[in-house]
Design a binder for this molecule. Structure first.
Ligand code: TYM
Length: 328
């Protein structure tokens, strides 16, 4: 069976509409006829300073969110990265096959370290941990948003290098990016990616925003003065981003949506879009709150960690043997 693996960081106030459309929405589609493994990558989150109490809460909320968007624990494995020690162990070995130059070329590292006087070493060595996440499960497909492309390329390179230098231990994974929604942009600066950590909260729709907050953010989203609803990423990035969100949620083609709003103004379009987003997220939010107070969540995560540990520890042993570590 095809193995699907993906992870989301428990950082920021809550996952965003970008995470939802770029990642979560793909996950539920895959779980019907594939072997799916999903992870709360808490060890990735500590590459930047976190408040421990808050991080613990966010880990739990994110795990619940996976379920709330429709991940079915009978079909998929859901676990927390730090509960499977093989990830950090494999990441160390993979750091021994990657060069500093390759890590310094990662755009995410450049963006996050730009202009900072002090940068944690782990911000640089973050990719080998992500590579480990993926390779430990013999993953065939990694569903992610557009911003993870470079990391998946590195994963393929390192898997090939390891297989060649030592022994064929790893499967070479492919990336899956959604047709619409692979890069949802900021509502206030639509040439930048929508991000959990944007200082301007009006720029980001969080999955936990209330209907009133969502509506307000969409209504005040940056557009342009032409008043014409059409798709042009260069000239009309704001409206194009809103059209992308509309299309990614409803499944309608952009051309079809543009035709529907022919002769109408931004006001009507934004009112309809706000309702579409609110209606999409309402059931997710409701289920999230139920899950957080249930005991179901811990049982699912315990079972998930057990299943993940069984697979990952086997791959780890194969890596250690291939590299000549230990006595086995
Ligand atoms: P993270 O936590 O930043 O984002 C989680 C997922 O959401 C996607 N995404 C977006 N998609 C569309 N538009 C946006 N504005 C947007 N913002 C984020 C991301 O592409 C991602 O799919 N390094 C990863 C987490 C990770 C991982 C892994 C992913 C760790 N190990 C193994 C896959 C496989 C990250 O920081 O994602």
């Amino acid at each position: 069976m095809t193995v699907i693996f993906s992870g989301v960081q428990p950082s920021g106030d809550s996952p965003t509409l970008g995470n939802y459309l770029g990642a979560f929405k793909q996950f539920t589609k895959f779980q019907e006829d594939n072997d799916c493994i999903f992870c709360v990558v808490d060890q990735h989150a500590i590459t930047v300073k976190q408040d421990p109490k808050q991080l613990k809460e966010r880990v739990r909320r994110l795990a619940a969110l996976y379920l709330a968007v429709g991940i079915d624990p009978d079909k998929s494995t859901l676990f927390i990265q730090s509960e499977v020690p093989a990830h950090a162990q494999a990441a160390w070995m993979l750091q021994c096959v990657v060069s500093v130059g390759e890590l310094e070329r990662m755009t995410q590292f450049k963006d996050k370290s730009d202009g900072k006087a002090r940068v944690n070493a782990a911000l640089l060595t973050y990719p080998p941990l992500m590579v480990a996440d993926i390779l430990l499960y013999h993953t065939n497909i990694v569903p992610v948003g557009d911003d993870q492309k470079q990391h998946i390329e590195l994963t393929r390179d390192l898997a090939e290098r390891f297989n060649k230098q030592y022994k064929k231990v790893f499967t070479i994974p492919d990336i899956s990016i959604p047709k619409q929604g692979a890069r949802i942009m900021s509502l206030q600066e639509p040439t930048r990616k929508m991000s959990k950590s944007d200082d301007n909260k009006k720029a980001t729709i969080f999955l936990t925003d209330t209907p009133a907050q969502i509506t307000k953010k969409i209504k005040s989203a940056m557009t342009d003065s032409s008043g014409i609803i059409s798709y042009d990423k260069e000239e009309k990035p704001g409206v194009s981003n809103l059209l992308t969100i509309y299309s990614a949620i409803t499944g309608q083609e952009i051309a079809e949506i543009v035709a529907m709003y022919d002769g109408k103004g931004y006001g009507d379009f934004k009112t309809d879009l706000a309702k579409i987003v609110v209606d999409e997220l309402a059931p997710v939010q409701e289920r999230l709150e139920e899950l957080l107070v249930s005991t179901e969540l811990d049982d699912i995560l315990d079972q998930g960690a057990e299943k993940a540990n069984a697979i990952a520890s086997k791959t780890l042993l194969a890596m250690e043997k291939a590299m000549g570590l230990g006595r086995r």
